[in-house]
Design a protein around this ligand. Structure first.
Ligand code: ZN
Length: 217
């Protein structure tokens, strides 16, 4: 079965050959029992007048058993929202994820050191997946050494990620479509080619990773 660890397509119900984790960043009550979700406040969508309300709505909604992760949340150095505010909102989501024992899905732009430091400072013990990764192997190694996971999506096709991909142990990877129109099957195909492993092996490995992180499937 293909595992799509991060998609924004709300109608992407898990089919027989594909399991999806649907990301919702605002309308937290839009979940239904047919699928699995990650819910979180993305740094781009922090809205000062309603942030306290959004955080409490998030906390309420995350108790559902088919909400499997908190996120995407994190830090983004090229977005216009104050960095200090992003850190405050991210911190609350790290603490909340640990309180309710659910993994985190991370959005991170030019802030990998800060994200890792905040996870450490806030004594995170939950699994963490850095989604949409397209950086060099040095950054990937820091994430792996911290015990965390990396998910690749459409940038597999556009970026030179061969060195990064070959440097990561297979038990630390996930694949995703995010907000792109590319199919998860094509992302698997591209990853298998770059990493030079047969697709059936990749499929089994990511199923195993899903089980390790979410205790599901
Ligand atoms: Zn996303």
């Amino acid at each position: 079965m293909f595992i799509n660890i991060h998609t924004h397509q709300k109608n992407n119900y898990s089919r027989q050959n594909c399991w999806n984790l649907i990301n919702i960043h605002e309308t937290f009550d839009e979940t239904n029992t047919l699928s699995h979700y990650s819910l979180g406040i993305h740094p781009w969508h922090i809205d000062i007048p309603k942030i306290e309300d959004d955080l409490s709505r998030l906390k309420m909604a995350c108790h559902k058993s088919n909400v499997l992760a908190i996120g995407e949340c994190g830090l983004d150095k090229i977005c216009e929202i104050s960095y200090k505010l992003q850190q405050d909102v991210f911190k609350q989501q790290i603490l909340w994820a640990n309180e309710i024992a659910k993994p985190l899905i991370i959005h991170c732009v030019r802030a990998h050191e800060d994200v890792l430091q905040m996870l450490k400072d806030n004594r995170n013990i939950m699994p963490v997946i850095f989604h949409g990764f397209n950086k060099k192997e040095t950054i990937a190694q820091k994430i792996i050494q911290s015990g965390y996971y990396i998910s690749f999506g459409k940038d597999l096709i556009n970026f030179e990620l061969e060195k990064t991909i070959t440097s990561i142990p297979l038990d630390r990877i996930f694949l995703e479509t995010d907000d792109s129109d590319i199919s998860i099957e094509d992302i698997y195909k591209e990853f298998s080619r770059i990493r030079n492993i047969p697709q059936p092996q990749l499929i089994l490995q990511i199923q195993k990773n899903l089980k390790t992180v979410f205790n599901t499937l």
